[in-house]
Design a protein around this ligand. Structure first.
Ligand code: FAD
Ligand code: NAD
Length: 466
């Protein structure tokens, strides 16, 4: 079959790109090695993790917060298997949704493992062992990423696991050891801590979510500690062993003191690596660097004309919405348009409770770049809405340019921060100043008033309620 575009990989980068290509009149094929479309995000990432986060949050609220609201429940029980079944139902519903979108947009879905034959040909190996060859002027690599796991961590998929297995555990861990207190560690660690597991984090850096603004990590740590979790920071793991019914983690703290932790499961969440295994990039000479496909900044084209790459397999944040933007970008580039992505304004969200959300520069980045800035913060505990709901942990921090007052970064931790960050992204896209936002009416009582108050604080230290 001859196509205008072949997309390899049906994650949020790939399937969104295929839809945009089809909207622009291109005959499009989408190659996916699994039977279910949607990639990491839908099948073992964003959506299933949020389904379990939501279920565990309901349970936690029922056992810890209902009483203060005057709701008597009697004994509440967590049924992990039912939560996992519900999660599978959510994923299935969304899989069906993507199948529908592929049909609606007349995209040919080719199931099987794709690999390059030459710069215009992809061979797809089907489940039954047969091969089919498809050709196209343009090929988009959207093959995503896989969890990073080091040899001495002895991954076995049963007790020493990655996020994929942590989304379908056969039982509630008594003691879950989490290696890496980044985004996955914080989210999935929260799930099990809320359900009653003892959770111990072992982290290389000196705090949680270390790549985000330091204030966020400090605040998140306070909240996760309230769930009863323990932390070993500045600690380097040297060995993980499955001892049968027990897992042993051997590590060393920053003074060289040995640390030994025993639990029944160990989640390794130390990052993800781009996935190009067996794609046969060598056959066409597509350049990579440490596994990442190299692309031209202006077109996302690889060094081989007509071959593009998007999403987790290239540089930048490994986020679904970043992959989607790139998917649309490449489709429009192939169609001869001149699209644009503002990488500085890709928001990052951690779906713990409270949620953490950020966009733009961190305070540490501004300091390192020597930018003169102002900072305004506003705590959730001074908000009427947060006091009413009982969600008083958290704050919004706005960083703006000292001379122009343009907003350079917004960092928030608190109830519904994931949704609230949208205002900051929009404001920054339109290059708003902190004062611009502080002069916009925000509905009362809402959590978003914290954004207005933080902007007032950044403008001229004139927050009203603190
Ligand atoms: P992927 O989603 O990884 O899709 C790549 C697809 O390509 C896969 O389906 C794969 O099977 C297929 N493929 C690979 N090679 C071949 C081949 N040779 N032939 C055929 N098919 C192939 N991001 C967020 O923005 N928000 C979140 O809340 C969030 N939560 C996450 C939670 C977890 C537990 C994890 C692991 C990730 C999470 N992410 C989240 C990250 C997000 O999942 C990724 O950034 C996103 O999926 C990347 O999209 P992609 O299209 O680049 O690749
Ligand atoms: P991450 O980069 O967020 O965190 C990894 C953590 O592990 C870091 O804190 C790092 O210091 C630590 N670490 C690295 N090596 C270590 C070692 N040997 N011992 C101890 N600690 C070590 O990576 P992740 O949490 O695995 O997530 C992978 C990717 O998936 C992220 O890039 C993220 O963008 C994406 N993701 C996003 C979301 C979301 O948007 N809500 C959720 C989950 C995953």
């Amino acid at each position: 079959m001859q196509y205008d575009v072949i997309v390899i990989g049906s994650g949020p980068g790939g399937y969104v790109s295929a839809i945009r290509c089809s909207q622009l009149g291109m005959k499009t094929a989408l190659v996916e090695k699994y039977n279910a479309l949607g990639g990491t995000c839908l099948n073992v990432g964003c959506i299933p993790s949020k389904a379990l986060l939501d279920s565990s949050e309901h349970y936690y609220n029922a056992t810890h917060h209902f009483e203060e609201h005057g709701i008597a429940t009697g004994k509440v029980k967590a049924d992990l298997q039912k939560m996992i079944d519900r999660k599978a139902g959510v994923v299935k519903k969304m899989n069906d949704g993507i199948n529908f979108l592929m049909k609606k947009n007349k995209i040919d879905v080719v199931n099987g493992f794709g690999s390059f034959v030459d710069k215009n040909t992809v061979s797809v190996k089907k489940e039954d062992g047969s091969d089919v060859s498809i050709t196209s002027k343009n090929i988009i690599i959207a093959t995503g990423s896989k969890p990073t796991i080091l040899p001495f961590m002895n991954f076995d998929g049963e007790r020493i696991i990655t996020s994929t297995e942590a989304l379908k555990l056969p039982e509630l861990p008594k003691h879950l050891i989490v290696i890496g207190a980044g985004v996955i560690g914080a989210e999935l660690g929260s799930v099990y801590a809320r359900l009653g597991s003892k959770v111990t984090f072992v982290e290389f850096a000196d705090g949680m979510i270390p790549t985000m603004d330091k204030t966020m990590g400090k605040e998140l740590l306070k909240s996760i500690k309230k769930l009863g979790a323990d932390f070993h920071f500045n600690t380097k793991v040297s060995l993980i062993e499955n001892l049968g019914k027990e897992v042993k983690v051997t590590a060393e703290d920053k003074d060289g003191k040995p640390v030994e932790i025993k639990g029944d499961y160990c989640l390794v969440s130390i990052g993800r690596r781009p996935y190009v295994d067996n794609l046969n990039l060598e056959a066409v000479g597509v350049a990579t660097e440490r596994g990442k496909v190299l692309v031209d900044e202006h077109t996302l084209q690889t060094n081989i004309p007509g071959i593009y790459a998007i999403g987790d397999v290239i540089r930048g944040a490994m986020l679904a919405h970043k992959a989607e933007e790139e998917g649309v970008f490449v489709a429009e580039t192939i169609a001869g348009q001149k699209p644009h992505i503002n990488y500085n304004l890709i928001p990052g969200v951690v779906y713990t409770w409270p949620e953490v959300a950020a966009v733009g520069k961190t305070e540490e980045e501004l300091k390192a770049a020597g930018v003169a800035y102002k900072s305004g913060s506003f705590p959730f505990k001074a908000l009427g809405r947060a006091t009413a709901s009982g969600d008083t942990d958290g704050l919004v921090k706005v960083l703006s340019d000292k001379a122009t007052d343009e907003i350079l970064g917004v960092h928030m931790i608190g109830a519904r921060a994931a949704d609230m960050i949208g205002e900051a992204v929009t404001a920054m896209e339109f290059r708003a100043s902190a004062e611009d936002i502080s002069r916009i009416s925000h509905a009362h009582p809402t959590y978003l008033e914290a954004m207005k108050e933080a902007c007032l604080a950044a403008t001229d230290n004139r927050a009203i309620h603190s």
